[in-house]
Each structure stands twice: as C-alpha cells, then as structure tokens.
Write a protein that binds this ligand. Structure first.
Ligand code: ASP
Length: 575
C-alpha cells in the first residue's frame, strides 16, 4: 500500500511514528507559511500540517485533490485538539507531499448538498458519494446486508444465484426484454423476481435458499421504486407459514441488534386482511398511531342527506382534535385524489355536534358520533361515504395525512405487522377478469378449494405481507406444488391450458418428479433500509440509481444504439 495508515486510524499512542497517509484534501487553510490540510478517506479525517516553503506545489492545490502525505505523528498543541474528531488529538507534521491527482473545481458542492439539484447529484454520482451522509448510507446498507446473510446462514440457508437472462414469465409488471442475437425474434427477459427459480431449487432438494436478488420491473417510478431493486429472497421446503415468519422475524431482530443497536419486539402483530381493511382501510396499515376507521354504514338511513342515505358504505375517523377549515379542506383534497367525493367534517364540543352538515344527521347517527368521540372533549370527526372500496382507500390515505398533520408520527418508531389471509384473486374491472392478488404460484387455502372454479371471490390464500410503518416490505406465500392445482389457478386467471403449457410447461412438469411442499417470501431491501433510516427515497441507499424517468444522467443510459447493433439483433426500429 502507498499508505501506512488510513485517515481514521492514528491516535495519541502513535505520536513519534513516521507515517504515510493518502486521501482527498477536504479542507485547506493557510496561516503564514503553515498550511493545515484535512485529509479524508473512507475511514476518517486526519489533520496534516505542511510548510509551504518546503512544499511549493501546495499553493495551487485544490480541495478534493488526492495526495500522499509522509511525515511524523505529533500531539496537537493544547487547545487545538478537536474532541469531535476521532483523530482530533494528533496531527501529522509533513515532510513530503506528493500530489497523486490534482482536482479541478468540482461541479457540485460537497459541503452544502442542498445546493445540488437531484439531476446534478446523479450526473456526478461518484462525487456525490464522497459526502459523509452518502458514505454512511452505503455503509449502513452493507451492514444490514451482512446481518441478513449471517442470520440466514446460521439457520441453514444456502446463498444461490439465479439467472438474469430468463424466459419472459410475467409476474404482474412489465418485463425488460433483451433481444437474442442468435435466435431472431426471441428475447430474454430480466427477472421480475427469482420466483420460479427458487421454487425449482426446492424441487432440486436444496431445502433452504436465499439471495439478495436484483429484480427488474419496467414500471412508472416513484420515490420508493427503481427499475432495478434488491429483494431479500428466500424459500424453504417443508415449511408452514409460521416457519417463514420465524425466519423473517429472526432477520429483522438480527438487523436491530447488530446494526440499529436496539431491540425489536417479536412476534410481530398479525392482522387478517379483512380486519386490516375494516380498521385501517388498507392492507398496509401504519400502526404508529391510532385513528382507526369506524363503520357507520348501518346508520345510513338515519340521515336526510342523499350523500349518506344512498351510500353503500360510510366510515369515519375520530381525529381527537378540532381541525381548522384549511386542514379539513386539505383532507378533502386527499379523499378526492382517491375518487371519493370529499370528506364531511363534523365538530364535537361539549357533547354537541356542529358543522354545516350536522343538520342532516338523525338522532341515532348523532348519538353514535358523540359516543365514538367520548374519549375527547373536543374532536373533529371526518366522514367519507360512497362505494366500500373508495371509502376505505380514501380514508386510509386521509388517516395517514391526519397523522402527519397532527404530528402523531414519531421518528425511530418501527411498527411491523403481518397481514395474513388475503383473497387469492382480485377482480380487474378494466379487463373484466380475475388476477392473482399476489402471484399465481400462491397456495389457495385448503378449505376454499371447492370454490376455486365456481366462486373465485370466496377463495382465500396462504399468503402474507410484512408491513412496516404503513409500507409493504414484502410478500410471500406457501406455494402450489401440484401440477393439476397450478393449472386450475392459471385457468381462473385466463391462461388456457395451451398458453400455460407454452409459458410454464417446464415449471408445471417439474412438479411431476417429487416436489416438496414449500413456501417463502421476498423483502424489499432498499425500502427496508430507507425506512430504518427514517427516509422514503430509496435512491439515497443505492450507489448508482436511476432518475424518475428511468435514466442515468451519469452514463446517459438508456442510450441510442448503433444501427449495426440493432441489425445484428435482427430488429428494425420504426423511425
Ligand atoms: N416473488 C415474490 C415477489 O416478488 C415474492 C415471493 O412470493 O416470495 O413478490
């Protein structure tokens, strides 16, 4: 190595040693002939002092240049030590400075990151990553990944890679395709997840598999979505739901004990899908606060307003606080964004209801609202009425907004829960067909098998989601391991026998040669890490992410490719 020590290593006990440090000039100050440089590398910073007469090249040396500083470690003068710095008691008196690479002025501001636009940060990502915060984010990610590996290895899981160039077998999102040069008209897909491969590994007998797997989905992007992202993907043979839960709770506990240096209570709360929708309006409930939904549908007739009396579903949230007109208006906007007509806000004070709408309420409805809010002297009650799906969706989002508005969300509170017993299918009203709620390899509950073909809406699944602070961290299920049942499920979602054979023949056939019962789950690693750090933009934890248009401003991908390349692939582009 060119250096003897890293920039984070030297302490008082090293005084007198002759050392060589290499790194980036993070600060440079001159006092007469003396030049003080903060020399930084991944491990820390050390102050080095040089004499500009002896090192004339220092004069023009810019910040962020890379230098090699050779000299002697000495104790800092009294009063000049820096308690905030790990190396703050010493400095290196330099004999010789070698400029390894002189930096030009940087195109972004490393000291005041807020001055840099997102686009500039991504264009010069290699410089943005020099910032302490970004370094800490990636170190944190590394530590979480290692904790996961350690935990899974200790439980007998094998880390096995699965291919990136796979057969296009849609899993709900759009595929990224890679045209084949050798086979014209043919393309590989990049895997949306290793689902089929991990199931095949169970059939091969590997018993317990895991992978920090890169997955690719060509979807519209948001803060918590990237075209490629990482899943903690695992699968277990002979497992029941509880076994998967134990493994995942073990992983999360390990992350908390090793990386977060705190504990997390297990087992996690379990909520049936139906209960979750009833109480929170969503299957991704944020349990850091209450504000549960209360059902008023039975009292619809006790109102002289059409908005209530004709509604399929009426639900409310007792906010526990009197909201201002402006606050109520902004909640209405949230409700409207989810297709509801808006909210009805009713205030309760001294057991009396007020608000423009209260005159439309009958006595029973009034009584109910007063009793629901009896825990609070004053409270606004927010009501949404309409179709059940709309009411739940709108109020679930109103609930989250309310919690933000009322300051009920505390930093560093982590509420995990399992949502279980999902329906196997969802009705896609646009396409007028059943779709798998999770994916088509999910096991229907035994007691529902008789309804599979006649009433798919009555079929529930051995399927589960892990939810953290209102975000779905991952989904999993017990899997079908019998070809006949698998084909039946495919038929319900509109895959004919021929299509199923064509797309999944190899997979269906694999069940015929001794397939163990199995199940698993995949957790979104990027999301998990971001939430543990109280952030919602997963790009902060990915070294080289894409922007919201799925572009990389640094390497300019996707890029136009040459006609020769296109031709070689046997493709033709429409101009
Ligand atoms: N492959 C599934 C997904 O990506 C996870 C699983 O069922 O294990 O959601």
């Amino acid at each position: 190595m060119l250096r003897t020590h890293t920039c984070g290593e030297l302490r008082k006990k090293d005084c007198g040693k002759t050392v060589a440090l290499a790194g980036w000039v993070s600060r440079k100050r001159s006092f007469g002939k003396l030049v003080f440089i903060s020399l930084r590398d991944r491990f820390g910073e050390t102050q080095v002092i040089c004499n500009s007469d002896e090192n004339p090249s220092l004069k023009d040396l810019r910040k962020e240049s890379v230098i090699l500083a050779e000299g002697k470690v000495q104790e800092r003068k009294k009063g000049e030590d820096n308690k905030e710095m790990a190396t703050g008691e010493i400095e290196v008196a330099v004999k010789k400075i070698t400029i390894l690479n002189a930096a030009e002025p940087l195109p972004l501001d490393l000291d005041n990151a807020e001055n840099n636009s997102d686009e500039v940060r991504l264009k010069y990502r290699f410089l943005d990553l020099r910032r302490q915060e970004m370094k800490e984010n990636l170190v944190f990610r590394h530590r979480v990944s290692q904790a996961i590996r350690k935990e899974l290895c200790s439980k007998g899981f094998l880390e096995i890679e699965t291919p990136f160039l796979v057969r296009s077998t849609p899993e709900g999102a759009r595929d990224y395709l890679v045209p084949s040069r050798v086979h014209k008209w043919h393309a590989y897909a990049l895997p949306q997840s290793p689902q089929i491969y991990k199931q095949l590994l169970m059939i091969s007998g590997f018993d317990r598999y895991f992978q920090l797997a890169r997955c690719f989905r060509d979807e519209d992007l948001r803060a918590d979505r990237q075209p490629e992202f990482t899943q903690v993907d695992l699968e277990m043979s002979f497992a029941e739901q509880q076994d998967v839960f134990d493994v995942v709770e073990g992983i999360i506990s390990k992350i908390f004990s090793e990386v977060m240096e705190s504990g997390i209570e297990t087992p996690f709360l379990r909520l049936a899908y139906k209960e979750s929708i009833e109480r929170f309006g969503t299957d991704k409930p944020d349990l850091r606060f209450g504000l549960e939904l209360k059902d008023l549908s039975k009292l619809a007739n006790d109102s002289s307003s059409d908005a209530l009396s004709s509604a399929e579903c009426i639900k409310c949230i007792v906010t526990g606080d009197l909201l201002s007109r402006k606050q109520a208006d902004s909640l209405s906007e949230v409700a409207r964004a989810y297709k509801a007509k808006g909210i009805i806000a009713i205030n309760k004070e001294n057991n009396e209801l007020s608000g423009q709408f209260s005159k439309f309420l009958g006595d029973k409805l009034k009584e109910k609202l007063v009793s629901l809010s009896s825990g609070f002297e004053k409270s606004t009650i927010v009501i949404v009425a309409g179709k059940a799906k709309t009411v739940n969706e709108a109020l679930a989002n109103v609930r989250n907004e309310l919690a933000r508005m009322l300051g009920l969300i505390k930093k560093d509170v982590f509420k995990f829960c399992w949502v279980v017993d999902f329906p196997l299918f969802e009705w896609n009203d646009n396409e007028k067909r059943w779709e798998p709620s999770h994916h088509m390899f999910t096991m229907p509950k035994k007691e529902c098998l008789e309804f599979l073909e006649s009433s798919p809406e009555k079929v529930f699944a051995d399927c589960y989601d892990l939810v953290l602070n209102g975000v779905e961290l991952g989904s999993g299920s017990l899997r079908i391991s019998e070809p006949g049942l698998q084909e039946k499920v495919m038929k319900v979602i509109g895959l004919s026998h021929e299509k199923a054979r064509e797309k999944f023949g190899f997979f269906l056939d694999s069940f015929r040669y001794g397939a163990p019962p199995h199940g698993g789950i995949a957790l979104g690693l990027d999301r998990l890490i971001a939430i543990l750090k109280n952030q919602n933009d997963i790009r902060e934890f990915i070294a080289f992410p894409k922007n919201k248009k799925a572009e990389c401003p640094m390497d300019n991908s996707p890029s136009i490719v040459s006609e020769a390349q296109i031709e070689e692939l046997g493709l033709k582009l429409k101009k």
